[in-house]
Design a protein. Structure first.
Length: 227
């Protein structure tokens, strides 16, 4: 069960040596984008399932309720707020931070029309669970590329570094906090939302473990990780 308690992002042969690298090797860039596509399709599965929005959308809904801002602008404000937390946590952006927004959004838009929208609630939950696992796998792939995390993953990694807690615990705490605040502000919460909030941290941990496990040249000393 050690794959549920990964504490650092593993370093493998195709990991970039630093996040601020705008000329990564083709393998690193390709796996980064493959991870982001998996992440986007996973998010699209959650949307298609129709069993509840993501925790951060709940938070954006809540902020929209008390501010009269549109949901899109509220989402933007939330993302900026998360990025501001990067400053005290000394997180470093990179090419992956930029591609995070572009590739994931494109993957959601392009895949959503082709995904099933089940009517039976059990099938909706199955689709949610598949989406969560796919987001976790994609996260593991693009984080190991080490070209800079997205806003929320950067917050997760920064808090993990200062708390030394497992990544799953840190991410779960962040997602539950987002849901709780959003719900208190009037955001809409569904079963899919709760499954994502409680499950995504462990899905990311599983993704990190298995991507590293099947990657050549892992460095246990740099990553404090033994597959």
């Amino acid at each position: 069960m050690k794959f549920l308690f990964v504490k650092t992002v593993p370093v493998v042969s195709w990991s970039s040596k630093k996040p601020l690298n705008f000329t990564p090797c083709l393998v690193t860039l390709s796996l980064l984008n493959l991870g982001l596509i998996c992440f986007g399709v996973g998010e699209a599965l959650l949307i298609a399932a129709g069993a509840g929005v993501s925790p951060w959308t709940v938070l954006a809904q809540g902020i929209s309720n008390i501010s009269d801002w549109r949901i899109g602008f509220s989402t933007f404000v939330v993302s900026v707020g998360v990025l501001l937390f990067w400053i005290p946590l000394k997180q470093t952006p990179g090419l992956g931070t930029l591609l995070n927004a572009i590739v994931i959004s494109a993957a959601i838009e392009l895949s959503l029309p082709y995904l099933p929208t089940p009517e039976h609630y059990v099938l909706k939950i199955v689709e949610v669970l598949i989406g969560i696992l796919l987001v976790g796998l994609g996260s593991g792939m693009y984080l190991i590329a080490n070209l800079g995390p997205g806003p929320r993953d950067g917050l997760m990694l920064g808090l993990q570094r200062v708390t030394a807690l497992p990544i799953a615990v840190v991410r779960t705490s962040i997602e539950i906090s987002a849901v709780a605040i959003g719900w208190l502000l009037g955001g809409s919460v569904g079963l899919g939302t709760l499954l994502f909030a409680f499950g995504i941290g462990y899905a990311v941990s599983i993704g990190l473990y298995f991507v590293a496990h099947f990657s050549p040249g892992i460095d246990p000393e740099k990553s404090n990780f033994a597959p």
